[in-house]
Design a protein around this ligand. Structure first.
Ligand code: BES
Ligand code: MN
Ligand code: ZN
Length: 494
């Protein structure tokens, strides 16, 4: 996909197809109005006849509109003008990109990036447009037969910006948007791969692939080293599987020498059957997405590498497969974690926190400026927040606010849940220091409480992406979230 930033006038744009927006109740957006004037009221006439009302989701392709250079004009609905904010803008760009592909358009130009969107400048409008076009063009067909061909047709897109001054901002938006989209696509691919392919070893190789550019130091801890270190919790989860667990460490050091690194820790359960506390079989296939936290760390790392950000960043990915078996961990087993604290495993399906706790303890050795873990951790988080926002908890309000703000900027939102001490009681155990589960109530919070016991001396936050990392139903597939949030957070630190 070839993007360009252009300050040409809509009517003079050399692309084959021009895109323009219509607000609800048939009001022409400013660029559409200019086209209408050149066409002597041709468009306003069409609107009067009810050809398109401008509702969000609408699209209408026109041919040979008088007074403009492009042969085609795609009108897209923008929804109500007062509601035209970042989300509505992104929706319109996504709809337009899908329509361009449906009509087989190869070469287009968009005036949508000229529209005023509250709280945005040309940088953000271009960046979000680029992300949305990549979103529309994304396919996952590497596991389908050769005959399968639904490739997107769109190959060239010019994004119009108003003034010469906006040109530079647009170019920066293009660069960042492309990098975020590359990270999102990698996270989607890893999530979408079947669990017989995407194993802990596969993820370890993926890290080595990222290191090929020479800007990343990758270390993979094997089972024997985990035993030596005393990672009893991570090892317990892996025991039921033939797939060996991996602890993948990616070190990117491109910031000031002595600056403490940002550390991202991603849950990499490549399949979660629940183990001996086995899950019901309905929708169990979706537990291949239980490594989407890990995928988001790979995605964020890919974007940072592509941008060459001047920061220090460490990615830590504990990875295992959670299966039942003759050697599997059982409810009531007690293990000693790397931190020295003992845990009674009352439910083997609460495995994410078990692999994360040892990874979080291990990550302390990097003396993090802040540590953020990302995990498809609890069904309870989906009940609490649905599929719209990721759950956000932490022991440092500034860090939580920084992540929240990054989510808003990146249109990849998160919402804070409380981490009051009162919730800690749920983890009481009669036999070990604490248990790995609380009750059903407040499950997303008590899961974070468990993690908080391993991050006492660090600035730490936790993103529960159980509801946001993938879509179910007809559009089943990874979303690439929260790569945009993470990259924004890192951009803000660079
Ligand atoms: N990977 C799941 C969480 C999950 C479930 C994400 C459904 C998305 C959809 C996690 O390992 C898990 O099984 N959590 C349990 C915890 C419980 C046993 C305390 C859950 O949420 O049911
Ligand atoms: Mn589980
Ligand atoms: Zn899980």
């Amino acid at each position: 996909m070839q993007f360009s930033i252009s300050d040409s006038k809509p009517g003079e744009c050399p692309a084959v197809c021009l895109v323009a927006g219509i607000f609800e109740d048939g009001k022409l957006s400013q660029p559409a109005h200019a086209l209408d004037s050149a066409a002597r009221g041709y468009l306003s006439n069409l609107l009067k006849q009810g050809a398109i009302q401008g509702r969000s989701g609408q699209a209408l392709m026109l041919y040979q509109v008088p007074g403009m250079r492009a042969a085609q004009l795609l009108l897209v609905g923008l929804g109500k003008e007062p509601d035209f904010k970042l989300q509505a803008y992104r929706k319109a760009v996504l709809r337009a990109s899908r329509a361009l592909n449906e009509y087989g358009v190869k070469d287009a130009a968009s005036t949508l990036s000229l529209l005023p969107v509250p709280g945005t400048d040309a940088y953000q409008r271009v960046r979000h447009a680029v992300e949305c076009v990549h979103e529309a063009n994304y396919r996952f067909d590497q596991c389908k037969g050769k005959k399968h061909n639904h490739k997107p047709t769109l190959q060239k897109l010019a994004l119009l910006v108003g003034t010469h001054k906006d040109q530079g901002a647009g170019e920066r938006g293009l660069r960042d948007g492309n990098a975020i989209a590359a990270g999102v696509a990698l996270a989607k691919d890893l999530g979408n791969l079947p669990p017989n392919v995407c194993t802990p070893s596969y993820l370890a190789n993926e890290a080595r692939k990222l290191a090929k550019g020479g800007k990343l130091k990758v270390t993979v801890l094997e089972e024997a080293q985990m035993k030596k270190l005393g990672m009893g919790a991570l090892l317990a989860v892996a025991r039921g599987s033939r797939q060996p667990p991996k602890l993948i460490i990616m070190e990117y050091r491109n910031g000031p020498k002595n600056a403490k690194p940002q550390v991202l820790v991603g849950k990499g359960i490549t399949f979660d059957s629940g183990g001996i506390s086995i899950k019901p079989s309905a929708a169990m296939d979706e537990m291949k997405f239980d490594m989407c936290g890990a995928a988001s760390v790979f995605g964020a790392m890919k974007a940072v590498l592509q941008l060459g950000l001047k920061i220090n960043l460490v990615g830590v990915v504990p990875s295992a497969e959670n299966l039942p078996g003759g050697n599997a961990v059982k409810p009531a087993d007690i293990v000693e974690t790397l931190s020295g604290q003992t845990v009674e495993i009352l439910n083997t399906d609460a495995e994410g926190r078990l692999i994360l706790c040892d990874a979080l303890t291990y990550a302390q050795r990097f003396k993090p400026a802040a540590i953020v873990d990302i995990a498809t951790l609890t069904g309870a988080c989906v009940i609490a927040l649905g599929n719209v926002v990721s759950g956000l908890l932490g022991n440092d309000e500034t860090l939580v606010k920084e992540l929240w703000n990054a989510g808003e900027q990146a249109a990849d939102r998160a919402w804070q849940l409380p981490l009051y001490d009162d919730y800690q009681d749920a983890l009481k155990s009669n036999f070990a220091d604490f248990a790995n589960v609380g009750g059903r109530e407040g499950g997303a919070i008590t899961a974070a409480c468990y993690l908080s016991r391993f991050t006492k001396d660090m600035r730490w936050a936790h993103l529960d992406i159980a509801g946001t990392a993938w879509k179910t139903g007809k559009e089943k597939g990874g979303t690439g979230r929260p790569v945009p949030l993470l990259v924004q957070y890192l951009l803000d630190r660079a």
